[in-house]
Design a protein around this ligand. Sequence first.
Ligand code: FRU
Length: 424
Amino acid sequence: MKSITAKFGKTPHQPSLWTRADALKVRADDPTTTQPLVSADFPVLSDKVFIWDTMPLRDIDGNITSVDGWSVIFTLTADRHPTDPQYLDQNGNYDITRDWNDRHGRAKMYYWFSRTGKDWKLGGRVMAEGVSPTVREWAGTPILLNEQGEVDLYYTAVTPGATIVKVRGRVVTTEHGVSLVGFEKVKPLFEADGKMYQTEAQNAFWGFRDPWPFRDPKDGKLYMLFEGNVAGERGSHTVGKAEIGDVPPGYEDVGNSRFQTACIGIAVARDEDGDDWEMLPPLLTAVGVNDQTERPHFVFQDGKYYLFTISHTFTYADGVTGPDGVYGFVADSLFGPYVPLNGSGLVLGNPSSQPFQTYSHCVMPNGLVTSFIDSVPTGESGTTMRIGGTEAPTVGIKIKGQQTFVVAEYDYGYIPPMLDVTLK
Ligand code: FRU
């Protein structure tokens, strides 16, 4: 049997496996791992733009950081087209669902600022048109570098291809607000290699994106997490004993689950500036379990490594399922072995009555979890959906050993700073 372990044979570490047996433990609607219902009368941040993935400004250690008392978030953003003939249905009404579903193709990075950690004011686009080398500006991480206000924005340049890139600029504050300046030169860092991480040539549905740089609190080195799929031609992966795990009799059939090959990638910087990176084998693979482990990120707590990632119901493999939401794994050292939190991995999922209410959760080191509203059922029948494209209520979770618990709910888009930096 050729397994994942064989594929990463001669490497410094072996990826941890999220197995089918782990995923069989996922229980939707467990109140300790389910996001409270989002009401259909939510407020929207803007009627001009949709926002989704939210990226709070932070330092390299993961602390959410304000500057001169201003909180700053970056969001994937796309214009709303309420009057564009292209998005009117045959009765002349705005088809907001189609407009929303098309947003990924025109995603751009915008920023917002706030004095209160909520009530966000739109700052504008981070990069002027023409600066980013591809059509789509997909998710990543803004890092505040120093007291001069320099910021490295790591993100994904998509279509054509998918390249992890970075662009350096500066945050400038006044009494009245924040501007981002100088984000003018985008530096490509790396792409999938086809040996550890699947390329577009191997699979047209490949994922390679969402960089999240960090400094390892133990070894002090600069690393980066990212989303990937395990290398190999689509359909060529083996779901063997290791990927299946310890399942009960009658659960050995893996169906077509070889098509689901998500992994959480890691790279190490060869320099202190984070301009030169070497990809390492994935930290975690989900072959035979799920096809997407998106926006991976860490919380470092109690000397442990809490690895979080977002995933969908529709990306699960045959025979396993779970809600849209954030999943997590914990290890005592950076390279694992990782075990799924709560036994299954599920940390905060949508309730089954509102399966698409939120997505793209980001667990912050203070236990607050931010996400965006996707769509919430309205009316008696629940068949009509209200599209969000705005910030969801923030949820508080408690992380304790190998378990997590939902303990609080806060205001829409509440992302309070953990520390403030006074610019020089
Ligand atoms: C998560 C995500 C990211 C990607 C972006 C594209 O919501 O799929 O992985 O960067 O959205 O819009």
